[in-house]
Design a binder for this molecule. Structure first.
Ligand code: TMP
Length: 207
C-alpha cells in the first residue's frame, strides 16, 4: 500500500527542512521514498518553476494558474501516479492546496474554478495526509533571504491572505490536513510529524 504525503505553508514556514527530516527518517526505516516538489518534480516542471519564480516578465494571475496546473498535470502523470502504483511513499513539497491558497485566496481567482481545474490536473489524485506548517507572517517575512523570488516579493497582505486561505482549507478537511505550529522549534516539529506518519503507517499496515 502506498502513501502520498504533502507539506504546505507560507514561505519560511520550515516545510522544506521538515520534509527532508521525514524523508531521512523513513529511508532509515527501509521504506522506498520519493521526495519531490511543486512547482517542479519533472524536467518540464522545473523549467516552469524557474519561469514562475525567477522569470523577469510579468505573469498575469490566470497565466500563473495555468502554468502551475501544467506542471502539476505533468508531475502527476510522470512521477506521482507511477510511484504510488509501485507502492512507494511519495513526499511532495506543496501540491494542489497551494494553488487554492496562492492563486485562489492570494490572487483572488474564483475558488470553485481553482478546485475544478485542480481536479483535472491531478486526475483526482489526493494526498492521504497533508501537513500545514502554519507560522506568523512576521516570522515568514523575517526569514526571507536577499534574493527574493516573485512570490517572496509580494506585499504583506498577499501573505496574510495565503496564510488565512490555508487555515480555511485545513478547517474544511480536518481528517486529511494536520496543522502544525511552525513557530515551535525544529526538533519539536520533527517529532510531531514523525509520530503522525508512524501512526498512519501502522494503521495502513504499510511495509
Ligand atoms: P517554495 O520553494 O517556497 O515551495 O516556492 C514555491 C512558490 O510557488 C511559493 O512561493 C508558492 C508558489 N506556488 C503557487 O503559487 N501555487 C502552487 O500551486 C504551488 C505548488 C506553488
Amino acid at each position: 500500500m502506498s502513501l502520498f504525503i504533502t507539506f504546505e505553508g507560507i514561505e519560511g514556514s520550515g516545510k522544506t527542512t521538515q520534509i527532508k527530516y521525514l524523508e531521512a527518517h523513513l529511508r532509515k526505516k527501509g521504506f522506498r521514498v520519493v521526495l519531490t516538489r511543486e512547482p517542479g518534480g519533472t524536467y518540464l516542471g522545473e523549467k516552469l518553476r524557474s519561469l514562475l519564480l525567477k522569470g523577469k516578465v510579468k505573469i498575469w494571475p490566470y497565466a500563473e494558474l495555468f502554468l502551475i496546473l501544467a506542471q502539476r498535470a505533468q508531475h502527476v502523470e510522470e512521477v506521482i501516479v507511477p510511484s504510488l502504483s509501485e507502492g512507494k511513499l511519495v513526499l511532495c513539497d506543496r501540491f494542489s492546496d497551494a494553488t487554492l491558497a496562492y492563486q485562489g485566496y492570494g490572487r483572488g481567482i474564483d475558488l470553485n474554478l481553482v478546485k475544478n481545474l485542480n481536479n483535472i490536473a491531478t486526475k483526482n489524485v489526493r494526498p492521504h495526509l497533508t501537513f500545514l506548517i502554519d507560522c506568523d507572517v512576521d516570522l515568514s517575512l523575517k526569514r526571507r533571504g536577499k534574493g527574493r523570488d516573485r512570490f517572496e516579493r509580494e506585499e504583506r497582505e498577499f501573505h496574510e491572505r495565503v496564510r488565512n486561505g490555508y487555515l480555511s482549507i485545513a478547517s474544511s478537511e480536518p481528517d486529511r490536513i494536520k496543522v502544525i505550529d511552525g513557530n515551535k522549534k525544529k526538533e519539536a516539529l520533527k517529532r510531531e510529524i514523525i509520530a503522525t506518519v508512524e501512526e498512519i503507517i501502522l494503521r495502513h499496515g504499510i511495509h
